[in-house]
Design a protein around this ligand. Sequence first.
Ligand code: HEM
Ligand code: HEM
Length: 209
Amino acid sequence: MTTESKRQAVKTLHYFSGITLSLFIGIHLLNHLFSFAGPEAHMALMEKFRKVYRHPVIETILVLVVLVQVVSGVKLLFNRKPKILAEKIQIYSGLYLSLFLVGHVGAVFASRMFEHLDTNFYYTVAGFNLHPATLFFIPYYFLDVCAISLHVAAIHYLKTRSKWSARLIGGTGIVVAMLIVAGYTNWFQWRETPPKERAFIEKYFGKGY
Ligand code: HEM
Ligand code: HEM
């Protein structure tokens, strides 16, 4: 196998795992947008989605797909000399996504297994609303949603050279990122965090005011 055909194989793998992961990301972000509808509506929808993605077979595939996405994405970074803006956006958004995905999926599973937390609406609310953790979690989640849409917008541009549709994809993602921050913080009016989730955040981020 030549270096070029190996690279093509990694790219194909990244492409197909990317499509699979995007299905999950679609329902996951829709669920996060339901933060606007309040805790009951958000958690009712999450319960429905969990029946699918928490099924042991599906959950195993999901975690493997995340791993494949990160490892293949990082491999694609080597020997690449980005020239145009879209290529730079693709690489830097990919880099952020690799850090986010490892941290995020690791944190969710560790919280469930070692802290015995239900990683539901209030788990996310704790990070978004308690000072000083909020200073980390708002940019952390905001940049993730921007990164995923910019990654896809860059790919779309590189494949079609259509500027307006790439801008529409990237712009929609940035609006969704802003809405998720607004939903979880109740437009920065701040939401109440229950004692268990508060104690968890304070253990790792300290007590604020
Ligand atoms: C949420 C996860 C991600 C999705 C949905 C995704 C999706 C995709 C897709 C569909 C492509 C186009 C492949 C092709 O041209 O056929 C691509 C390209 C690329 N991705 Fe990702 N990706 C994700 C995460 C990452 C990560 C974590 C990295 C790591 C740094 C990364 C780095 C790259 C690079 C460098 C390319 C360009 C490949 C090339 O043209 O040589 N991606 N991505
Ligand atoms: C690229 C975007 C994202 C990806 C690929 C992603 C991926 C994942 C994965 C694989 C899981 C584990 C699912 C399971 O329980 O089996 C998960 C859970 C979770 N994620 Fe994300 N995530 C993303 C964005 C976000 C954002 C922006 C937030 C917060 C606003 C978030 C909050 C959560 C929470 C609270 C859980 C636990 C869900 C549950 O207990 O059912 N995620 N995520």
